[in-house]
Ligand binder design. Structure first.
Ligand code: HEC
Length: 131
């Protein structure tokens, strides 16, 4: 009886370690293992912008720089055009590397190149929708 309990506790501990190891990126470590796989299959730039990327918190859902924390940090309003280069390569580079000296961090560590491209396409779409 006692032994079985110890064994199952050990098994739970081992599973938790595997979970933590597979979680990869820090925000995802608490999510079920299946989630990142699903996300990779069907994720859109919009999902990433509003979800995992956390862009909407500053830039706002419509990209006007009016997200909950966007006003205080003077987040860019995409509908007003891009200072850093508005083509796919330019926007992707900004997302990847950030804008030093501002609240715009680089996302190269959190998002892979494919995710950055999807978000960049969506950001460009938002910038056009505002006109
Ligand atoms: C903590 C707030 C914050 C978050 C979160 C954030 N940004 Fe920014 N972002 C800024 C600020 C502030 C600037 C303006 C930097 C400057 O003054 O040049 C900026 C600038 C930009 C620019 C350059 C705009 C231009 O004029 O060329 C792009 C593109 C951009 N952000 C995309 C994103 C994307 C995509 C995400 C999510 C992956 C994101 N940002 C997340 C604050 C944020």
């Amino acid at each position: 009886m006692m032994n079985r309990k110890v064994i199952s506790l050990a098994a739970i501990a081992a599973i938790s370690v595997v979970f933590a190891a597979c979680g990869g990126k820090k925000e995802e470590s608490a999510a079920p293992v299946a989630a990142p796989v699903e996300a990779a299959a069907a994720v859109s730039g919009k999902d990433l912008y509003n979800g995992k990327g956390g862009c909407a918190a500053c830039h706002g859902e419509t990209g006007k720089g009016d997200g909950p924390t966007g006003v205080a940090v003077k987040a860019a309003n995409f509908t007003a055009g891009f200072k850093k280069g508005g083509d796919l390569a330019g926007v992707s580079a900004t997302i990847k590397n950030g804008v030093p000296g501002t609240a715009m961090a680089g996302y190269g560590a959190q998002l892979n190149d494919e995710e950055i491209k999807l978000i960049a396409e969506y950001v460009i779409e938002l910038s056009k929708a505002g006109h």
